[in-house]
Design a binder for this molecule. Structure first.
Ligand code: ATP
Length: 437
């Protein structure tokens, strides 16, 4: 895609997200704050649906993964042990003239790319946000906002193992906010400074690492297909020696074909026994595992699957965005998979008379306990359909004059725009089938 086309698509998406209530810039009426985003009525539904699909897939449908919700603020020593205080940093250069800061690797030549001014030597810039805990702001009270959720899982390894009575291999899953003072945030919600992660750490016998990394690569790819992402837009990228984090043995990214290029949406890493060994050394608490059948004691290896909620949401929006001409009329449609669509069905009386609104309201009451639905009686029905097409609503239910005679309604499908007639009594079952199958 050319730069112009890429920019056009991203601009259109940003504008659709604002218009339809998916995503707003944070603190917009104050002029906005860079790289932080607020999720509106549609956005929060989409985000929750993505998270609950992941959570269900990881925890409910399997018996070898337990859930966890660890706190964002952790003992500051955790981040020294994990290596984040020492090395979670990018070399940066500052312009002495305009004060702009750039990643050293992104600057060509010796002059400031912004104003041509003189640059400082490269200095390490730590990406962790720091704050203070308690009333005194001194070095002893420094605490960090977590830059990844994973450490909350490692330090709780024994806490989860004992009550759950799990045996290896088993995993711990967690969804939560993470914070990174990114140098170059951008591309809408692709890279922000406050974001959410869905991470699962799978504890295994060290000899089985190759098997489990292959297993999780496949599982995670299937998950993206299941939430509707097109196969041809996903691929793996294996880290070479230069890219590999110092603690990792092997690492694969799942990449998506964004309008701005193939980029990572999830990391699948073999973190070896690095984290548990380090925490054992630092605390003196033995984080090894005893296999009571083989009588073997060892520190488990960890295969991590680490996905971004916001990035997944951007992928769903981009993958689903279509502009098309139907019967001479242009329409924008968000082809979100029904499982993740914010609203599952729009409910429309064809006209505002002949008892149609009353029947449609009754249908709304019938469906509400099962699905998020939306009642709309304003304007021509075609216009009402179009508004929901743009919001990604997969089904439209219309009450018309035939409804008055035989208690049937039409279900219009967003993508094919085909309509079928269904008995009101069968609506819940029919929609359940269409959404989940
Ligand atoms: P990148 O190379 O894009 O900075 P990373 O390799 O630092 O990503 P990880 O530390 O592996 O990312 O984090 C796992 C996942 O968390 C990423 O695949 C991404 O989906 C998400 N993520 C990481 N940083 C951000 C961010 N700044 N904004 C939004 N999502 C992020």
């Amino acid at each position: 895609m050319t730069n112009k086309k890429t920019q056009d698509l991203m601009d259109k998406l940003v504008s659709l997200c604002k218009r339809r209530g998916f995503i707003f810039q944070s603190s917009e009426i104050y002029g906005g704050v860079n790289s932080c985003w607020d999720y509106g009525p549609m956005g929060v539904e989409l985000k929750n649906n993505i998270k609950s699909c992941w959570w269900k897939n990881m925890t409910q449908l399997r018996d070898d993964i337990e859930g966890l919700d660890a706190s964002i603020l952790m003992h500051p020593q955790v981040w020294i042990t994990s290596g984040h205080v020492g090395s979670f940093a990018d070399p940066m250069v500052d312009c002495k003239n305009c004060k702009m800061r750039f990643k050293a690797e992104e600057v060509e030549g010796e002059k400031c790319p912004n104003c041509g001014g003189e640059l400082t030597d490269a200095r390490q810039f730590n990406l962790m946000f720091k704050t203070h805990m308690g009333p005194v702001e001194d070095d002893a009270s420094v605490i960090y906002l977590r830059p990844e959720t994973a450490q909350g899982i490692y330090v709780n390894f024994l806490n989860v193992l004992a009550p759950s009575r799990q045996k290896l291999p088993f995993g711990i899953a967690q969804i939560g906010k993470a914070f990174r003072n990114e140098i170059s945030p951008g591309n809408f919600i692709f890279r922000s400074r406050e974001f959410e992660q869905m991470e699962m750490q799978y504890f295994i016998h060290p000899k089985e690492d190759d098997k489990w990394i292959e297993y999780w690569k496949e599982e995670r790819l299937i998950w993206y297909h299941n939430i509707g992402i097109k196969k041809e837009n996903l691929r793996f990228h294996q880290h070479d020696k230069k890219e590999l984090a110092f603690y990792a043995k092997t690492a694969f990214d799942i990449e998506y074909n964004f309008p701005f290029g193939w980029k990572e949406i999830e990391g699948i890493h073999n973190r070896t026994d690095y984290d548990l060994s380090r925490h054992t050394q630092a605390t003196g608490k033995d984080l090894s595992y005893f296999n009571d059948q083989t009588k073997e004691r060892f520190i488990p290896y960890i295969i991590e699957t680490s996905a971004g909620v916001d990035r997944t949401m951007l992928v769903c929006l981009i993958d689903g965005y279509h502009e098309e001409v139907v019967r001479g009329e242009e329409r924008t449609v968000l082809r979100l998979d029904p499982k993740i669509a914010p609203i599952k069905a729009g409910i429309y009386p064809l006209v505002k008379r002949e008892n149609m609104p009353e029947i449609a309201k009754k249908i709304e009451d019938l469906l509400k306990p099962h699905f998020k639905v939306f009642y709309d009686e304003g304007g021509a029905v075609g216009r009402r359909y179009r508004r929901q097409d743009e919001a990604g609503t997969p089904f439209g239910i219309t009450v018309d004059s035939q409804t008055l005679q035989d208690q049937t309604v039409t279900i219009r499908e967003r993508d094919s725009m085909e309509q079928i007639r269904v008995k009101i009594d069968d609506l819940v079952r029919e929609l359940e089938r269409k959404i989940w199958e």
